[in-house]
Design a protein around this ligand. Sequence first.
Ligand code: PCA
Length: 228
Amino acid sequence: MSATPELQCAMPETPAPILLTGFEPFDGQAINPSWEAVRALDGETIHGRRVVSRMLPVEFDASLQRLRELITAMEPALVLCVGQAGGRSRLSIERVAINVIDARIPDNAGACPIDTPIVPGGPAAFFATLPIKAMQAAIEATGIPAEVSQTAGTYVCNSVFYGLMHALQQRPGVRGGFIHIPYAPEQIALHPGTPSLSVEAVANALRIALDTALSVDVDHRIAGGAEH
Ligand code: PCA
C-alpha cells in the first residue's frame, strides 16, 4: 500500500481569470500609464474572477506572440488590453480593430512596417465583443471621462487588439476588447494644455469597465457614434 493519501474529493473549480494587459514605455517616455494602471489591479477579484495583469512589449511581433501565449496558458474568461493614446482626453473604449499596420514611428525593436496586414488573408476588421456603451456609461457615472472610439490607430495597440480578436475566434464565449487611455499628469509636465488622467482614476475606471463587461450580456442602445 502506498503511504500517499488518496484525494477524496475534487477541488472546487476556480472560475477562469480575467487577463488584463498594459504596455511597456515607448517613444522615449519614462513610463507607460497603461501598465501603471493595469498592474494596480493584479490579483484583485472582480465579479468573482481573479485579475491577472501582464505587460506586453511595444513590438509588433513579440506583443502578439506574448498575448497568444498568455491566452493559451491562462484560458481567461475575458481579455482586456489597455494602451496609451497620448493627446486623447478621455478613456477611449475601442469599437473596432483593423487588419493593417502603418507605423509612424518604429516599434521598440526597430520595426516600422507600412501598409502591412497583421494577419495576411484575415478579415478586414473585428469588433470588440465587450458591452462598450454600457462600459462607457458606467465609467462616466463615476465622473471619469470616457468615450467610444471608432479607431484604435494603425500602430501596436491596434495590432494587439486585432490579434486578440483573431485569437478569440477560436474561443467562443470569451469576450475581448481594448481601451486607450490619456497620458498621466507626470508625462505632460512640460506640455501645458495636453490632456491627462491620473493613473488612479484610470485604474478605477478599469475596475468598473471589467465589472460591467462581466455583468452586462446585451449592450445598452445609447448613441456613441461620431461624424468624423
Ligand atoms: N500605445 C501605442 C502602443 C503602445 C501603447 O501604449 C498605440 O496606441 O499603438
